[in-house]
Write a protein that binds this ligand. Structure first.
Ligand SMILES: Nc1ncnc2c1ncn2[C@@H]1O[C@H](COP(=O)(O)OP(=O)(O)O)[C@@H](O)[C@H]1O
Ligand SMILES: [Mg+2]
Length: 369
């Protein structure tokens, strides 16, 4: 089978790597000069809305998925018109591209989020922020990632110039959530409607970028896990969703609020490659291809550390811990860029904490506090 992937970043690369043991083959569509999938999957280099590129990409594909949610919805339609099924579907893509539509959808489902208000023009900023109250977070409605296009506003003075600083684009104002911690739930829904959820993952961000993910999340009660699964199930069913969905959550006073949804495999789940019986990448393919879902059980306790901006050389990473699982994406270093990740596994939490600390010290990266 030949699977098409829209986007040639590290998520596409790890999808292909997970599919090869099943005998699957991959073709990627991405306009960039160098893609992280180059060398491991064939590529059509072209724009997502270029009909000729779409013709070349679609020819002979069994189905298509995407590895980032800013693929134009028109691309999914154009592929459908060429007889190619795309999973997850168009509605999931359209909703998760726009933070306001996404939060409205969640509210209609009865899923809790931070209070929010749309901002369409500079004149709306003060009113929207007043309606959610300070402190608040202003975020671009579309195209934000890794904390880009966001600004925390704590006082009325912080509102001055915020509209221009964020590029004069439509925004959403969100109440700032004084969360106890951040969590992520990865869930998969297969073509036949079967759902499988992974254990909750505890995520640690700095400057809006994920640094560390611990799975299964420490101190997560069965009730907390069920509450997260209930949220994911509602979303998956409402969207008739197929594939892996990531739900980013805030835990506050024992309650869960949804921060955002990602209609794809997700950085918080990279640890599932070695830290779960089925990796999120294999699960996404199983779900989309009408195959049985795999076990989501954890294999020990895992910690996933992102390598951001600069990465130590391979031999230094491997020397730091012979148990480390090292992943490098083949991308050029650039500030704030995700260049790779390392997963460490141990049989208990104390051993994992010691391993993470020693590894971080050996390669000189700061752990989130
Ligand atoms: N309303 C909020 N209250 C508190 N912290 C927030 C809020 N929204 C975002 N953050 C922080 O910023 C990070 C990135 O924001 P997010 O909305 O997930 O954007 P991105 O699409 O860049 O991941 C979150 O993981 C969280 O740490
Ligand atoms: Mg996020």
């Amino acid at each position: 089978m030949l699977i098409g992937v829209l986007g040639g970043g590290q998520l596409g690369r790890m999808l292909a790597l997970a599919g090869y043991p099943f005998g699957l083959r991959f073709r990627v569509l991405d306009p960039v000069l160098d893609a992280a999938t180059d060398g491991i999957a064939e590529r059509v280099r072209g724009a997502y809305e270029d009909p000729a590129a779409l013709d070349a990409f679609a020819a002979g594909l069994d189905c298509v998925t995407y590895e980032f949610e800013n693929v134009p919805v028109a691309t999914v339609r154009a592929l459908a018109a060429r007889g190619v099924r795309v999973f997850p579907g168009e509605r999931a893509l359209a909703l998760t591209q726009d933070r306001v539509l996404e939060k409205q959808f969640l509210s209609e489902l009865g899923v809790a989020t931070a209070d929010f208000a749309p901002i369409d023009a500079a004149d709306d900023v003060a009113r929207a922020v007043a309606s959610v109250a300070l402190p608040a977070v202003l975020k671009s409605r579309r195209l934000g990632y890794d904390g880009r296009g966001q600004r925390v506003v704590r006082t009325a003075a912080d509102l001055d110039g915020a509209w221009d600083a964020l590029g004069g684009v439509p925004l959403v104002a969100e109440a700032f959530v004084p969360f106890k911690r951040e969590l992520a739930l990865l869930a998969a829904r297969a073509v036949d409607g079967t759902i499988a959820c992974y254990p909750l993952i505890e995520t640690h961000h700095r400057d809006g970028i994920l640094r560390l993910a611990l799975a299964p999340a420490p101190h997560a009660s069965a009730e907390l896990q069920s509450a997260a699964e209930a949220i994911a199930t509602r979303v998956l069913q409402a969207l008739d969703y197929v594939g892996v969905l990531a739900v980013e959550l805030f835990e506050r006073d024992g309650r869960l609020l949804v921060n955002e949804l990602a209609p794809r495999v997700h950085n918080s789940g990279h640890g599932t490659i070695e830290g779960a019986e089925t990796s999120q990448f294999a699960q996404h393919l199983r779900a989309g291809l009408g195959l049985p879902l795999g076990s989501t059980s954890a294999v020990g306790y895992s910690a996933m550390l992102n390598l951001i901006g600069e990465a130590p050389p391979l031999d230094a990473l491997l020397r730091a811990d012979p148990h480390a699982h090292v992943h490098r994406y083949g991308k050029q270093p650039r500030p704030a860029r995700k260049l790779g990740h390392v997963t460490l596994i141990a049989s208990d939490r104390a051993a994992l904490a010691a391993r993470v600390e020693a590894f971080a010290a050996a390669i000189g990266i700061a752990l989130p506090t």
